[in-house]
Design a binder for this molecule. Structure first.
Ligand code: PEP
Length: 252
């Protein structure tokens, strides 16, 4: 079912004590809020997953990982598998983030494998897509996003893709302080929903959550989220301070 979601991607930030403090602050603040059909997801670094899932058991947020390796186990030093995440009650996992595409050379095929591996273990993938600035300037942004979806996502069956969350994250907006305008976000989200409708069905396209990510903050969240095809946000920098993150949750 289509859900409103705010997910915080902490990236490689926070010491253990800082992480403990931030999770506790979010948990406490959410106690006083009615979330209804909204999901709040915290995606801390791997070493803090246990701390976060422990607190989540008594709280109103869910937990996501920032990465996964697409094998169940084996000789993959340093990697973390879907069964490990599943066994820790991690419910979401970000994949396809532009930082992983750029710094770790993750390509379409590898991301397709990650999607399959996560779905096999009942973890909801948050699949990121988005164009770099030169591609937008060259008016290739729709084509770029279409290719990312075609090559990594659209091999899934209907009942599989209905368990995926898509995050449109224009790369030029990530961590830059320059967000996409509400119109730019809506235009791309409607385009993505249209592609899902064409590939699968209109009904399914209306059930899938599509999040916006890229310099979303307490000030611009309300306007971005007010668009009919924007179902919430994937939040980087502004998820690192509880007041900022909770203001974004409240904007949903
Ligand atoms: C992100 O990295 O997913 C992100 C959206 O970052 P920021 O909010 O800092 O732009």
């Amino acid at each position: 079912m289509r859900k409103k979601i705010v997910a915080g991607n902490w990236k490689m930030n926070k010491t253990f004590l800082e992480a403990e403090e931030l999770v506790a602050q979010v948990a406490e603040a959410l106690e006083k809020r009615k979330l209804d059909n909204k999901a709040v997801v915290l995606c801390p670094p791997f070493p803090y997953l246990e701390l976060t899932t422990d607190i989540a058991k008594e709280s109103k947020f869910q937990v996501g990982a920032q990465n996964v390796y697409p094998e169940d186990n084996g000789a993959y030093t340093g990697e973390v598998s879907p069964p490990m995440l599943e066994s820790m009650e991690v419910e979401y996992c970000i994949i396809g983030h532009s930082e992983r595409r750029k710094y770790f050379a993750e390509n379409h095929d590898f991301l397709a494998r990650k999607l399959d591996a996560l779905l096999k273990h009942n973890i909801i993938p948050i699949f990121c897509c988005g164009e770099v600035l030169s591609e937008r300037k060259a008016k290739k942004h729709f084509k770029v996003v279409e290719t990312q979806l075609n090559e990594s996502l659209f091999h899934l069956k209907k009942d599989e893709v209905s368990n995926v969350v898509i995050a449109y994250e224009p790369v030029w907006a990530i961590g830059t302080g320059v967000n996409a305008t509400a119109e730019e976000a809506q235009e791309m989200h409607a385009f993505i929903r249209g592609l899902v409708a064409k590939k699968y069905s209109k009904k399914l396209s209306e059930e899938i959550s599509i999040l916006y990510g890229g310099s979303c903050n307490a000030k611009n969240a309300k306007e971005l989220f007010s668009n009919p095809d924007v179902d919430g946000g994937l939040i980087g920098g502004a998820s690192l301070k509880s007041e900022d993150f909770l203001a974004i949750v409240d904007a949903l």
